[in-house]
Design a protein around this ligand. Structure first.
Ligand SMILES: NC(=O)c1ccc[n+]([C@@H]2O[C@H](COP(=O)([O-])OP(=O)(O)OC[C@H]3O[C@@H](n4cnc5c(N)ncnc54)[C@H](OP(=O)(O)O)[C@@H]3O)[C@@H](O)[C@H]2O)c1
Length: 307
């Protein structure tokens, strides 16, 4: 059974949509002229997602046909109501397909390395590693697996999977783009990574963001495997076939670095970049909306990022 409202629309699911870049991505899409979106916003806490949807619905420039849906999802949970499997079952029953999947949810690894007395802070180094790999790699992989059959059922010319990652997951980006003689004051935590044309503060990154960076590197490799698999293997071709012998549809699996972004709307802890989340989301939206571009790329607003 499918809903009439979402039938002709591009159905986009966004994880981490309660705030930051995920929320701003939903905002851009919902106000895009000449577009017709049904946006499924995912979050761990129902109240946060509902608040996000309330804000989006009250936007003065909201596209008249944009519709929203709330989905309670925790990437690190197998609990029946908030798991990837539950999300897939819900979308299957309600819509029968999905067109675009945007993975934006993330956490920071700075908890253990600062004096933050945040109740969410993991209790041990092992727990910190588990939670960050679970959120950035295992959760997105399991969610993707669960949603592949629904993406396969999309009738759009391109099925899209977008991983919002980070240049900090790239060794050349991090280590060939640094200046360790900068004057940053350690106390103000500035400069985890600047924009592509800026500099990475290796002292700060290697002391607080090792787990974050390593998990994003792992995510990047996962995404590259997935892109290749869907484009080249029998499994990908089978999933790409459309019923009735029409031309196989295209899979577009790409990785995006949105750039170092301010925490004004709650961005990752300790990240205080100069651009606003809405600017960072523009890079994500470009990849969501482009047609005919390559699959298996890693890009930021300046172009391809070295893996
Ligand atoms: N901010 C930057 O400077 C920057 C730079 C490069 C790359 N990025 C990447 O951009 C993406 C967005 O970052 P951001 O700054 O917008 O982050 P953010 O504002 O901290 O938002 C993170 C989102 O992820 C959700 N989330 C966290 N853990 C989750 C889980 N287990 N299951 C489901 N949702 C979960 C949060 O939901 P709750 O409301 O439930 O906490 C929140 O909606 C991330 O992938 C990040 O790595 C950010």
């Amino acid at each position: 059974m499918t809903t009439a409202a979402a039938d002709s629309k591009t159905i986009v699911l966004i994880t981490g949509a309660t705030r930051g870049i995920g929320f701003e991505t939903a905002k851009h899409l919902s106000t895009s002229p000449d577009q017709n979106y049904h946006i499924i916003l995912c979050g761990r806490r129902p109240s946060s997602v509902e608040s996000a949807i309330t804000i989006l619905r009250s936007l003065p420039n909201l596209h008249a046909s944009t519709t929203f849906e709330f989905l309670n999802l925790d990437l690190t949970s197998d609990t029946s109501t908030i798991s990837a499997a539950a999300a897939a079952a819900h979308i299957a029953a309600k819509h029968g397909h999905l067109d675009t999947l945007v993975h934006s949810a993330a956490i920071s690894s700075s908890f253990l390395h600062t004096n933050v007395t945040d109740p969410r802070a993991p209790e041990s180094v092992r727990e910190n590693w588990h939670s960050i790999l679970d959120t950035h790699l295992i959760g997105p992989a399991l969610l993707t697996d669960a949603l592949l059959p629904l993406l396969s059922a999309s009738q759009k010319p391109e099925r899209k999977i977008i991983f919002v990652s980070s240049g900090l997951g790239s060794i050349p980006y991090t280590f060939n783009n640094n200046n360790n003689n900068n004057d940053d004051d350690d106390d103000d935590d500035e400069g985890a990574a600047n924009s592509r044309s800026g500099l990475v503060d290796l002292d700060n990154v290697t002391s607080k963001y090792t787990e974050y960076s390593a998990s994003k590197a792992a995510l990047n490799m996962y995404a590259k495997h997935l892109a290749w698999r869907l484009e080249n293997t029998k499994e990908g071709k089978t999933l790409g076939d459309t019923k009735g012998g029409h031309e196989a549809k295209k899979w577009k699996v790409n990785v995006v670095c949105p750039g170092y972004t301010s925490k004004t709307t709650g961005g990752l802890d300790g990240f205080r970049g100069k651009q606003e989340p809405w600017e960072a989301a523009e890079t994500v939206v470009r990849v969501v909306q482009e047609q005919g571009e390559k699959t298996g790329t890693f890009r930021d607003k300046e172009g391809e990022v070295p893996w």
